[in-house]
Design a protein around this ligand. Structure first.
Ligand code: EAX
Length: 321
């Protein structure tokens, strides 16, 4: 009996011909799956696997060292990464313009700029660096936390050891405010806060909530000092190997990922502050933004000299249609 079934199964496989090879696409990102990056990656996975009829399998992995993950995409050991622009300026310098504090008025301004010609132009700059910029996702507006004292105005930041991303624009801003910026990968952040190597850090509410940074930080000030874009970057060879139809389906799936990511950021920003208060953080909600902008004047002058002043003006002048 078994012999006949085995034979039958063998014959069917033979007649069906070789099983359609499934291509695996690994997407890494630095946050828990239950996060705004996880939401984006999952929506992309579901949409693309559905569109590509299982010829592709998207695998989502956590790697909380964004720079390392970008390097892996560049050499092709993984296919894609969702990363903040934190370390991206080290690969694609033009993206540093997006990291200027107080550049974006609000999320609508940022999303509008990134979804428009400026955003597309900047994505085009990745090719020259052996990377493919696929879509702009979102991390959110960054806020300052620390374990030493309440921060109500720029003077309160003086002398604080603040972890920044590996980002020269952000480091320049914090040193201008009199803080001691310490650049490090996200993977090193929590141990550094626990050991007191640094007093504080800055991140969007969705990141602070998803990583329980309230466990290692006591004070939160809603500085909204900089908008933090995220970007889906892939290995160019992956896209080149795809058929035109699959590439279009992948781009469409990336758009679904962007929508899910941004919706999650909006939801986390709406509920996150109360959640962090509930978890015991002391939250300063009213911040004298003009005082921070004034204190950053020397840094702004330097950005106008060292970054792309014309691009910064185009971004500031952007208005919805
Ligand atoms: O992209 O490193 C950071 O603080 C980033 O905001 C985090 O990795 C999410």
């Amino acid at each position: 009996m078994f012999r006949r079934t085995a034979l039958a199964a063998g014959l069917t496989a033979l007649l069906a011909g070789p099983a359609a090879a499934q291509t695996q696409i690994t997407i890494q990102h630095p946050l828990p799956l239950n996060s705004h990056y996880g939401a984006g990656a999952t929506a992309l996975k579901e949409a693309f696997e559905r569109a590509a009829g299982n010829r592709y399998r998207v695998v989502i992995q956590r790697n909380d060292n964004e720079r390392e993950a970008i390097e892996s995409v560049q050499i092709g050991t993984i296919e894609c990464v969702i990363t903040s622009t934190g370390p991206v300026g080290n690969f694609v310098p033009d993206t540093r313009n997006l990291d200027v504090p107080f550049l974006f008025r609000d999320s609508a301004h940022a999303r509008g700029v990134l979804d428009g010609p400026i955003g597309q132009e900047l994505l085009g700059r990745f090719n020259a660096r052996g990377l493919a910029g696929v879509a702009w996702m979102e991390n959110g507006f960054r806020h300052l936390t620390n374990s030493r004292r309440e921060v109500n105005n720029p003077a309160d930041i003086r002398g604080l050891k603040v972890r920044t991303m590996e980002n020269q624009v952000h480091m320049r801003a914090f040193s201008t405010l009199g803080a001691l910026p310490t650049p490090m990968a996200f993977s090193e952040l929590v141990p550094a806060l626990q050991q007191g190597t640094v007093d504080g850090q800055e991140n969007p509410i969705p990141v602070i909530v998803a990583n329980n940074l309230n466990q290692v930080q006591r004070f939160l000030t809603l500085t909204s000092h900089v908008y933090s874009p995220a970007v889906l970057i892939c290995n160019p060879a992956l896209l080149a190997r795809m058929s035109a139809a699959d590439r279009a389906a992948f781009q469409e799936a990336a758009r679904a990922g962007v929508a899910a990511n941004r919706a999650r950021v909006t939801a986390d920003e709406e509920s996150g502050v109360e959640e962090l208060r509930r978890r015991g953080m002391t939250v300063v909600t009213t911040v004298n933004t003009a005082a921070f902008q004034e204190a950053l004047a020397p840094a702004f002058a330097e950005y106008e000299r060292t970054l792309n002043a014309a691009l910064l003006r185009r971004i500031r002048d952007w208005q919805p249609n």
